[in-house]
Write a protein that binds this ligand. Structure first.
Ligand code: PLP
Length: 451
């Protein structure tokens, strides 16, 4: 109940912000979010903000669902904590594991729980390397990822991610992680047609496997749609070619579904939208709609069978935390019973697509990409030439992002790309508000650039 100014003074004095600490706003005290309902946030001054990012791409069912609070309270009273190490387990973790096995495609039937996406990807590194070692091929330990991918902020997650700015802090990546280029046609496609470019980028994986030696490659990891890299929706040719290469060389295919999972791209998982058959999926965020911290690595029958022949010496105190698991289960019940994936497919995504692509008539917008309920626009001073701005990448994006913030719509910028990923329950009327505020912010950004 402290006034905004006092909260902001505490923020500036004591709080080290993830990722944004150097920003002016964090230094003088960031905006304080007080409550939320549906797709709307309320700040400590009473302003109503439409959340175009679902928090950090996670509040899929929207804010303020009392059912999740009730389940959490019940579970805390009955069994607030117990672990799943050694010889004990509990019903919430088991019921959630069964539910994920049911929802996940193919034979992905076995779940290793974590507390978020970063540590789920840490698990994946150790898990695939242990898998190959148990199969008598310990030299198969290289994991191939993509530049500009985001797989988390732990040592393992940062190493798997392809963000050079993150690698630079802490001497990463760890050994045995290699990278290929991302399928970002707008920036890197040149005169090549998008479909051809998709094939070229996928075939970098084959070239990289042959450069390293096929008997040394353990796995490839990719987000179906690169999220924090700028919502880079790949050309249609991309994933089928990646799948062919993984099949041909027998390497483990990991899809990081932390953003793309749980309805975001119009199916339960992004792998289904893009026709990928992964051996492992990383999950977090939409798994609990962000109401509790929880993540998971979901693995195939074959991988689970090999691992069950050994002690996999890995685990987190909060692996399968009963409160987080119970809340995730309730979240999945709501997603299923309210047919929220159907709402995305039939209502929200088609409407958002029409409105989002409508932004292409704006002088600053060069490319508009969308996959279900995640979307991006590339800002450019010259659409025909697909030209970047003369300023450093991100300067214009940040102006636009700040205008959005001032206009009470949360959008993110990645370099000079603007991105959204709203709660899946957003209605057409709310999409209209989001787009109107985005357009106003683009207009103000343009005016500022011209001033
Ligand atoms: N993987 C992807 C694709 C993500 O977008 C993120 C977070 O944004 C992570 C992993 C890391 O998840 P967490 O922040 O829950 O550790």
């Amino acid at each position: 109940h402290l006034p905004t100014a006092e909260l902001q003074a505490l923020d500036a004095a004591h709080h080290l912000h993830p990722f944004t600490n150097g920003h002016e706003l964090a230094q003088k005290g960031a905006r304080v979010i007080k409550s939320a309902k549906g797709v709307w946030l309320k700040d400590s001054d009473g302003n109503e903000i439409i959340d175009g990012m679902a928090g950090l791409w996670c509040v899929n069912i929207g804010y303020g669902r009392d059912e999740l609070a009730d389940v959490a309270a019940r579970q805390m009273r009955e069994l607030p904590y117990y672990n799943t190490f050694f010889q004990t387990t509990h019903a919430p973790a088991l019921m959630l594991a069964r539910k994920l096995a049911e929802l996940a495609p193919g034979d992905l039937n076995h779940v290793f729980f974590s507390t978020g996406g970063s540590d789920a990807n840490d698990t994946n590194i150790r898990l695939v390397r242990t898998y190959w070692a148990e199969k008598g091929q310990p030299e198969r330990n290289v994991i191939i990822s993509r530049w500009n991918a985001y797989h988390g902020s732990t040592i393992g997650g940062t190493s798997l991610g392809g963000m050079k700015g993150m690698h630079g802090q802490g001497g990463l990546p760890i050994p045995g992680i290699e990278f290929i280029d991302q399928p970002n046609w707008w920036v890197e496609g040149g005169d090549t047609a998008p479909e051809e470019f998709g094939l070229e980028r996928a075939r970098q994986l084959e070239a990289k496997i042959n450069e390293i030696g096929p008997d040394k490659v353990a796995a490839f990891i990719g987000e179906p749609v690169q999220g924090a890299g700028g919502v880079i929706v790949p050309p249609e040719t991309y994933w089928p070619e990646i799948q062919r290469i993984c099949d041909q060389y027998g390497i483990v295919l990991i899809t990081d579904e932390v953003i793309c999972g749980f309805g975001r791209t119009g199916n339960w998982f992004g792998s289904q939208t893009f026709g990928i058959r992964p051996d492992i999926m990383t999950m977090a965020k939409g798994l609990s709609s962000g109401y509790q911290p929880i993540g998971a690595s979901v693995v195939s029958d074959e991988i689970a069978q090999v691992l069950s022949g050994t002690d996999f010496n890995h685990g987190y105190t909060y692996s399968g935390h009963p409160v987080a698991a119970a809340v995730a289960l309730e979240n999945l019940r709501i997603l299923e019973e309210e047919n929220i994936v159907g709402h995305v497919q039939n209502v929200a995504a088609p409407y958002l697509k029409q409105k989002w692509e409508g932004l292409l008539d704006h002088p600053l917008v060069g490319e508009a990409k969308i996959a279900g309920m995640m979307a991006s626009v590339a800002l450019t001073p010259d659409k025909a030439a697909r030209a970047p701005f003369a300023s450093d990448p991100g300067v214009v994006g940040q102006i636009c992002r700040d205008r959005c913030f001032a206009n009470n719509v949360i959008m993110r910028h990645v370099g000079d790309r603007m991105i959204i990923s709203p709660p899946l329950v957003i209605t057409p009327d709310e999409i209209d508000i989001l787009i109107d505020r985005a357009r106003l912010s683009l207009d103000e950004c343009l005016a500022q650039l011209e001033a």
